[in-house]
Ligand binder design. Structure first.
Ligand SMILES: NC(=O)NCCC[C@H](N)C(=O)O
Length: 413
């Protein structure tokens, strides 16, 4: 067991983080596929990459080790000799139809010698004109599927891979390996399966949640409040049943989870508020950014062990959000800083572009998107130290600095 994972808070000095630099997958996004692939516009790749490089450089400047997802996957497959197994699983989940088409794609992927280039191609997707497809003779599927095809892609790209927050979430020394809400993103969790099983530094990680679980959940909904307390969104992306399953795995599993209390935040199921971290992130020991739009409807439940094995105790918290968070963190008070300075128009505009979605690199020091000027001004005035990420193109995928990062290690506070 060589599991180098350690995350017990949202704010402890960030030591290692996993990113993915957007790549050719964005060149396979077409207007017709945007909605299905969960994008709102087509980013200009060159600029998106430059913005992402700046994000990585800001993190390195703070002493953070930046790991790249595609490199970790390639290292895992090479170290364990599992590329063949991975390829078959990726093909099984790629939506390909027809035996001979699958064989042609497999041959094409096998011909890519370098494993990291192979992983990058899995993420990029495959256009029909890249492969000599077998003639339709002898295959009903090749005739019917071809005439029904609505896209020029043989295999969809995975354009959301740069949102490394969502397919898995590090909690303590283990991992929630998620079953994601959408078919298009669920393939990203295959990468997690191989990293946390096969990578020399992260193998044999305890899994608190498994990608074959029945219910869907995503990492953007998971906030590590402290070593024994989690906050999780019940949202468009995370079902209450997934939280029940996770709680049982953590409270009674034999893999050593330290979590004994989960606060479930029921937020409206909408695209703008897709995860808890799109409306709410911790930025200091006693400070959070929050989108005021959720305050009215927010329902919070506290989940702990019930009286008998496997039974959860669920208590609805009838208190203000400030009090609930202060209690959860063992503090006298916390401060909620409103996105858009509380102005409803600025709040809605800046939340849409991830004004509440910050990545904390140390208490009081956070990465924010440059474009959210109203929110950033408030954060400056509140004494936060801002690492400002250019965001004209990255933001088109509807995720901010927290969405674009998965901490693997944070120092204790
Ligand atoms: N944690 C996050 O809020 N991640 C942002 C994910 C954006 C992506 N386009 C999605 O819809 O899943």
């Amino acid at each position: 067991m060589a599991n180098g994972l350690y995350v017990h808070s949202e704010i402890g000095p960030l030591q290692k983080v996993c990113l993915h630099r957007p790549g050719e997958e964005l060149l396979n996004l077409t207007p017709d596929d945007l909605e299905r692939l969960l994008f709102d516009d087509i980013p200009f790749l060159e600029v998106a990459q430059a913005e992402h490089d700046k994000f990585a450089e800001l993190l390195r400047g703070e002493g953070v080790e930046v790991l790249y997802l595609e490199k970790l996957v390639a290292e895992a497959l090479d170290a364990a000799g599992t590329r063949e197994e991975f390829t078959n699983q990726w093909l099984d989940e790629s939506g390909l139809r027809g035996h001979s088409t699958r064989a042609a794609v497999k041959e094409f992927m096998d011909s890519i010698e370098d494993t990291q280039a192979f992983v990058e191609k899995c993420i990029a997707g495959i256009r029909k004109n890249e492969i000599d497809l077998p003639h339709s003779n002898g295959s009903l599927s090749a005739i019917v599927d071809d005439q029904d095809a609505v896209t020029d892609l043989l295999i969809d790209p995975m354009p959301n891979t740069y949102f490394t927050r969502d397919p898995f979430a590090i909690v303590g020394k283990g991992v929630n390996l998620n079953h994601m809400y959408s078919v298009t993103r669920n393939r990203e969790t295959i990468f997690g399966k191989y990293i946390f099983r096969d990578h020399p530094e992260y193998n044999d990680a305890p899994l608190w949640y498994r990608r074959d679980s029945a219910y869907h959940t995503e990492g953007g909904d998971v906030l590590n409040l402290n070593a024994h307390t989690l906050a999780i969104g019940i949202s468009q992306r995370t079902q209450a049943s997934a939280i029940d399953t996770l709680a049982r795995n953590m409270f009674w599993g034999d893999k050593g989870s330290e979590i004994d209390t989960i606060y479930a935040f029921n937020i409206p199921a909408s695209r703008a508020f897709m995860h808890l971290d799109t409306v709410f992130t911790q930025i200091d020991v006693d400070k959070f950014t929050i989108h005021p739009g959720i305050m009215g409807t927010l329902q919070v439940f506290k989940i702990t062990k019930g009286a008998t094995d496997g039974e959860l105790s669920i208590e609805e918290m009838n208190d203000t959000l400030e009090h609930i968070l202060a209690k959860a963190l063992g503090l006298d008070a916390v401060k909620l800083i409103k996105c858009g300075a509380g102005d409803p128009v600025a709040a809605a505009r800046e939340q849409w572009n991830d004004g509440s979605n910050t990545l904390c690199v140390a208490p009081g020091k956070i990465c924010v998107y440059q474009r959210n000027t109203v929110t950033n001004d408030v954060l400056y005035k509140e004494g936060l130290d801002l690492l400002v990420v250019p965001s004209a193109e990255l933001s088109r995928g509807r995720g901010g600095p927290r969405c674009m990062s998965m901490p693997f290690a944070r120092a204790d506070i």
